[in-house]
Design a protein around this ligand. Sequence first.
Ligand code: PLP
Length: 446
Amino acid sequence: MNADVETVRTADRKHVFHSWSAQELIDPLPVAGAEGSYFWDYEGTRYLDFSSSLVYTNIGYQHPKVVAAIQEQAAKLCTIAPGFAVDVRSEAARLIAERTPGDLDKIFFTNGGAEAVENAVRMARLHTGRPKVLSAYRSYHGATTGAINLTGDSRRFGNDSATAGVVRFWGPFAYRSPFHATTEAEECERALRHLADTIAFEGPQSIAALILEPVVGAAGVLVPPPGYLAGVRELCDRYGIVFILDEVMVGFGRIGTWFAADHWGVTPDLLCFAKGVNSGYVPLGGVAISAAIAATFARRPYPGGLTYSGHPLACAASVATLTTMAEEGIVEQSARTGAELLGPGLRELAERHPSVGEVRGLGTFWALELVRDRQTREPLVPYAASGADNAPMAEFAAACKKGGLWPLTAGNRIHLAPACNIAAADVAKGLEILDGALSVADAHMA
Ligand code: PLP
């Protein structure tokens, strides 16, 4: 279908109801195509995508091997109910299980991240017979009712039903330490003590699960201090709490390892995934399940399921994505890009732009924390800002786009999440555009 730009725009405005938006206050860019690290509009303006759509095109747009695999599967078997054993579903599950840490060897497929979280929590509650779930204030776990109530960040505010059995705690964030820590080691130790106190005062016997993003994604690209995840694992073991790692955003190469769990050498009891599992070419998510939790449902039916669980087209895209990532060394490339190009490049920008309060990240997943004042660390815009309060970030984002870089901004931050296989020349180009746009942020310094 080759529609012209006005047809696309008009039908969109008339009929498409967009996520997270006041419908009359948005003007979505009509996109004509995409390839690799770029997409373009109908006027031919190309954007270097540092958002990877919503941090999921880990392998870039239109990778020919993944496109071909979807086409071949479509010709062979577009769909079949989840109750059957199908070659491509079995193979996707095998490849995922092979990559997940420890004994996470059984895969329950969903259509995306929020459903993965919902099912992981359901499994944990049934496995333990306990009601509560602990989650971090700085977190995002999805937009279905359960997942958004587990979510800590401000996207919960419009949905908070206060009924999900959730207890929230503060995770470590050295730059804005909730514990008044002055070193990473202190932050780690105090965050673990706070978590241990939370568990003790909630009553461990009432806590089914603790859910955590190993690197907090949408809520800040927060890299945990060494020892934190191992400490959480230890607390969960001590009290029989199911440890759920939500790797929806960081799994499959984003931080330079297959899973963030690998980077810190921890194994959760349940691992949620989506996005990078097939670069989002066809919706797919899931839960990787430990042997002990799988055993709970060996003779007792699991009370959950989805019409499209393990959809053949999505699984074919996953098999091709995972195979290609291995063949082309894309996970290793993500690690190298972070260590040799993005990290050093962003730190160099921070030296010249006073609005950059902190640079943090790993692999192809970074954030610049933008501030009005480096001393006080006052954010460039207040927490959960909108409208005029958010103007400095809106101007900064507009400057990125004008330069040809598609940014992912969140609160007072820009998140840098290009394709895991971005070319070195495109990293350099992105940094150059960012350099210009940061002058706009600098102009708002106190
Ligand atoms: N969990 C995390 C860590 C996420 O980043 C997201 C989405 O960004 C989700 C869950 C929800 O995934 P989905 O939008 O596919 O439901």
